[in-house]
Design a protein around this ligand. Structure first.
Ligand code: AHR
Length: 493
C-alpha cells in the first residue's frame, strides 16, 4: 500500500505557536555547568562566562523560549544565593541531581544574559516546594520592578539598572512529586496563594503557569482547572518517552533492539492521546481556550551512558531520537489550538539534548538537526492535512508509519515536513496539493541513517546530518515521494 496525503492549502487550522520549539535548562549534571556556563576565566572561549561554541550553535535554532532553573531543582532553588559577586555566592548541595556542589555562579543575571544573547524569552520556574511566598514575590520584584524598592535597588547594586522583561513564570514544578508530593486539591490552593503575590509591575505582564499533570493523571488537570483555572494562563504537562520501565531500566540510548525501536515510536505517539484527553478536560472549564497547555518537559529518557554519574542523566542521541522529536512536533502542531508552548528536556548534556559537550569539544545531535529543519514552522499557519497512511504495530498498538505536517509561513511559502518511522521499509507517498492555485517549486532536506543507532560522536560529529533531498517528483498538483526508512524530510517552497 502507498501513503496518500492531501494538503488543503486554502484551509487554515490555526497558528503554530513558535514556543512549541522551546527548550529547558536545569541545574542538572552538565547542562548548566560545562554545557553552557564555563566562567569568564575558562580557556574555552566565552562571552561573560557563557561558552561561545554552544551559543553560536543555539542561535541557529531561533530558540523562542528557555525554561530555567528546573525541574526538580526549581523547588530547591533559593534565588538570592545566585546573585552578587561570584566569590560571595553560597555553595550548596544539589541533592536531587548527583549530590554535587552547586556554587551558584549561574544565577538570575547569568540566565537573563543567556536569554538576551539567544534572543529568546525567559521562562522562570519559582520555588513552591521549599520556598516562601515572600521569596517568590521578591524574585519577581527583583527582576521586573522599575523604580524605588528594596529588590529593585538591590538589582541595581548588582549591576542591572533596567528591569528585565519577564513573561513566563511557573509556580512550582511537579508538585505531585519532587516539588512537594502534594495532592491536587492542596496544590491548587497553594497555586492560588503564591500566584497572588507574583505581581505585574509597570507594564510587565506575567503569563502564569500552574504545575500540571504527570502523564495521564487526568484528575490532576480536572482539579486544577476547577479550583484554580481563572488564576492561570497556562497549565503544564510532563511526559517522557521511555521504552522500558522508569525504575527497573529505561533502556539503552544506543544498544537497543528492533522491538525497542517500535516501542519507542509507539510511546512517542502516545503524546497525542495525552494532549487530546487533557485538552478535553480543559475544554469543559475553558471552552474559549484561553489557558495554554504547556508541555514543558518532553523527550526520550534512557539509561545513562555507561560509566557516567547516574544522577547526571547524560545520554547519547540517535536517529531514533530525531524521529521521536519530529513525531512530537507534528502532534503539537495538530493541537495548536491548545498547546501554546513545549520545552524539550533538556538543552545540553541531559536527556534528549540538542548539544553534547566534552571539555572544549561540542557536537550537534540528530535532535538538533530536527529543530533546525523544523524552525520554518515557527509562528506559521497550520494547513489542513488529510493522511491515509500505512500503520506500524507494537504489541497490540498501531501507529502511523508516516507522519506529516504542513504550514505556510509569513512570506506565504509552504513547508511540508514528513517522517518515515519504519526501520527497514521506504514509504512510497503521494501528496495532492489542493487549493494553491499556482505551480510551485520545492526543495528538500533529509535527515536519515542506515543503522538504527546512528549517532554523532566527538570523533565523527557529522555522521547524522541533514543532506539535500531529491527523492521526489512534482507533476502539476501532485508530489510523489519515496521516503527512505528512518528519515525526516522537509520540503520547502
Ligand atoms: O528533566 C529531568 C527531571 O524530570 C526534572 O527535573 C523533573 O521535573 C522531571 O521529573
Amino acid at each position: 500500500m502507498s501513503n496518500k496525503i492531501v494538503i488543503n492549502e486554502d484551509i487554515h487550522k490555526g497558528m503554530i505557536n513558535k514556543n512549541i520549539y522551546g527548550h529547558f535548562s536545569e541545574h542538572l549534571g552538565r547542562c548548566i555547568y560545562e554545557g553552557i556556563w564555563v566562567g569568564e576565566d575558562s580557556p574555552i572561549p566565552n562571552t561573560k562566562g557563557i561558552r561561545n561554541d554552544v551559543l553560536e550553535a543555539l542561535k541557529q535554532l531561533h530558540i523562542p523560549v528557555l525554561r530555567w532553573p528546573g525541574g526538580c531543582f526549581a523547588d530547591e532553588y533559593h534565588w538570592k544565593d545566585g546573585i552578587g559577586p561570584h566569590e560571595n555566592r553560597k555553595r550548596m548541595v544539589n541533592t536531587h541531581w548527583g549530590g554535587v556542589v552547586e556554587n551558584n555562579h549561574f544565577g538570575t543575571h547569568e540566565f537573563m544574559l543567556l536569554c538576551e544573547l539567544l534572543d529568546c524569552e525567559p521562562y522562570i520556574c519559582g520555588n513552591v516546594g521549599s520556598g516562601t511566598v515572600q521569596e517568590m514575590s521578591e524574585w519577581v520584584e527583583y527582576m521586573t520592578f522599575d523604580g524605588e524598592s528594596p529588590m529593585a535597588n538591590w538589582r541595581k547594586e548588582n549591576g542591572r539598572t533596567e528591569p528585565w522583561r519577564l513573561k513566563y513564570f511557573g509556580i512550582g514544578n511537579e508538585s505531585w512529586g519532587c516539588g512537594g508530593n502534594m495532592r491536587p486539591e492542596y496544590y491548587a490552593d497553594l497555586y492560588r496563594r503564591y500566584q497572588t503575590f507574583a505581581r505585574n509591575y509597570g507594564d510587565n505582564r506575567l503569563y502564569k503557569i500552574a504545575g500540571g499533570a504527570n502523564i495521564d493523571d487526568y484528575r490532576w488537570t480536572e482539579v486544577l482547572m476547577k479550583q484554580a483555572g481563572p488564576f492561570m494562563d497556562g497549565l503544564s504537562l510532563h511526559y517522557y518517552t521511555i521504552p522500558g520501565d522508569f525504575w527497573e531500566g529505561k533502556g539503552s540510548a544506543l544498544d537497543f533492539s528492533d522491538d525497542e525501536w517500535l516501542m519507542t515510536l509507539q510511546k512517542a505517539y502516545f503524546m497525542d492521546e495525552l494532549i487530546t484527553r487533557h485538552s478535553a478536560i480543559m475544554d469543559q472549564y475553558d471552552p474559549e481556550k484561553r489557558i495554554g497547555l504547556i508541555v514543558d518537559e518532553w523527550g526520550t529518557w534512557f539509561d545513562v551512558e555507561p560509566g557516567t554519574n547516574p544522577g547526571f542523566l547524560y545520554q547519547q542521541n540517535t536517529i531514533r531520537d530525531a524521529l521521536v522529536a519530529a513525531v512530537h512536533f507534528h502532534i503539537f502542531h495538530q493541537h495548536c489550538d491548545r498547546v501554546q508552548m513545549a520545552n524539550i528536556a533538556q538543552l545540553v548534556n541531559v536527556l534528549q539534548s540538542v548539544i553534547l559537550t566534552e571539555g572544549e569539544k561540542m557536537i550537534k545531535t540528530p535532535t538538533y538537526h530536527v529543530f533546525d529543519m523544523f524552525k520554518v514552522h515557527q509562528d506559521a499557519t497550520l494547513l489542513d492535512v488529510k493522511a491515509d497512511v500505512e500503520q506500524l504495530q507494537h504489541n497490540d498498538t498501531k501507529f502511523p508509519k508516516v507522519s506529516v505536517s504542513a504550514s505556510k509561513d509569513k512570506n506565504g511559502k509552504m513547508h511540508i515536513s514528513l517522517c518515515n518511522t519504519s526501520l527497514d521499509e521506504p514509504a512510497e507517498t503521494t501528496i495532492s496539493l489542493r487549493g494553491a492555485g499556482h505551480e510551485r517549486t520545492l526543495s528538500g532536506t533529509i535527515l536519515a541513517a542506515r543503522e538504527k543507532n546512528a549517532h554523532n560522536t566527538f570523533e565523527q560529529p557529522d555522521k547524522v546530518a541533514p543532506a539535500p533531498f531529491t527523492g521526489f517528483t512534482s507533476i502539476g498538483e501532485t508530489l510523489k515521494i519515496s521516503l527512505p526508512p528512518m528519515s525526516v524530510v522537509m520540503l520547502s517552497e
